[in-house]
Design a protein around this ligand. Structure first.
Ligand SMILES: Cc1ncc(COP(=O)(O)O)c(C=O)c1O
Length: 385
């Protein structure tokens, strides 16, 4: 391995959202979705060069930025993006919020597939829309889409958008071509636009392939908006950069306006440099990262199988967020998270953040040095083993 993901990096005292919670100086944080690894040296070098310039005035987004975005998606995901389709903003959540504002009116319905990333709920609420759940089916330890329910929900004349999480946080699924086609057909039939959050698209494990929804082709391309970013892939959440890909000119014009109204239509100097370096030079670092993350998942799964067999670890097709069914404990998610924090000083996410029905589930972030991972697993075993 060229990169050392075992190298400990002291994040405490770096104003880290995850590591610097007051009163939790002794807590092992395995919750919020960033990684404890240094990013690719190519990105660090690009940023260092820019810092040493010493002048940080208003910045422009150069052609090289668009080329880096389109090059990455064509090379890695076989998705040919026209530069014209790309709008930049400061994050995927601001992107989603602007897209909802642009393509709905207050009172419209936005469909989500629960359990799902919690900020979907707040973005919908903040734009005065109604959230409609199309709950995923959980059967025999696997999640799938309830297409009949989706068809019914999409048929409501007030249903305007589907917020698709692809790959899916927190259930770890990579949607197949067939699943995406069925979603796309239902949405086309009922004039529901697919807004596909693909922030986790690069962290997909062997045996699975991420298919950008918009790359499915003509009608799907023009009935969708894709939100993406290098932030999960390269651990750049604090740099704040994301892209919206909208092929339909009218939708793009409305989204551009909403970005301007929300005043999130600029990105900073460092975001430009980091994105270009990541997408042009980050491939080999990412390949090694994925190997490390998947080995962490394997270690976690083996540990649960051996010491915590009553708790079910869901298959991880993508992301570094592991979804665990703890329903055998017959405790609420809050009770489980509370006990882990109070007794063992371990912070994980409670399942109910992602949907009311997820009582008894927890989400564990495994993007950390193996030493931390093993320490965290022992903490869970201390209480529930
Ligand atoms: C599905 C999904 N979308 C968006 C985000 C956050 O995006 P950003 O930090 O760019 O706003 C996350 C973070 O965990 C996520 O899981």
């Amino acid at each position: 391995m060229k990169y050392n993901f075992d190298e400990a990096v002291a994040r405490r005292g770096s104003n880290s959202y995850k590591w610097d919670t007051i009163g939790e100086e002794d807590v092992l944080p395995m919750w919020v979705a960033d990684m404890d690894f240094r990013t690719s040296p190519a990105i660090v070098n690009a940023l260092a060069r820019r810092v040493s310039h010493g002048v940080f005035g208003y910045t422009k987004v150069p052609v090289a930025y668009y080329e880096a975005v389109t090059g990455w998606f064509e090379r890695r995901h076989h998705f040919r993006i026209d530069k014209e389709w790309v709008l930049f903003t400061s994050g995927v959540v601001p992107a989603l919020s602007a897209v909802i504002k642009a393509l709905t009116k207050p009172g419209d319905q936005v469909i989500v597939q629960t359990p799902v990333y919690n900020c979907f709920f707040s973005s919908i609420r903040n734009d005065e829309c109604e959230m409609v759940a199309n709950p995923l089916i959980y059967k025999n330890g696997v999640y799938s889409i309830d297409f009949d329910d989706l068809e019914r929900k999409a048929a409501d004349p007030k249903a305007t958008l589907l917020l698709l999480c692809s790959p899916h946080n927190p259930v770890g699924r990579v949607w197949t071509r067939e699943e995406l086609m069925r979603i796309g057909e239902i949405c086309l039939r009922h004039h529901v636009v697919v807004v596909s959050d693909e922030i986790h698209c690069d962290l997909v494990y062997p045996g699975h392939t991420h298919i950008p929804f918009a790359s499915l082709g003509g009608e799907f391309l023009y009935n969708s908006v894709t939100c993406t970013a290098p932030s999960k892939t390269f651990n750049l959440a604090g740099i704040q950069v994301a892209n919206i890909i909208a092929a339909d000119e009218e939708m793009r014009r409305k989204i551009d306006k909403a970005l301007n109204v929300n005043e999130v239509c600029e990105i900073n100097i460092f975001a430009v440099e980091a994105l270009i370096a990541a997408y042009n030079e980050g491939d080999d670092w990412l390949e090694e990262l994925k190997v490390y993350l998947y080995e962490n998942y394997r270690i976690l799964s083996d540990f649960f199988r051996e010491y915590l067999p009553h708790l079910k670890v869901l298959p991880l097709e993508a992301t570094y967020l592991v979804w665990v069914d703890c329903s055998a404990l017959q405790q609420s998610s809050e009770e489980i998270a509370g006990s882990l924090l109070r007794q063992e000083r371990l912070r994980i996410n409670e399942g109910t953040m992602y949907g009311e029905a997820e009582e008894g589930f927890i989400r564990i972030n495994i993007a950390t040095q193996r030493e931390n991972l093993v320490r965290g697993l022992k903490k869970i075993r201390n209480i529930y083993g």
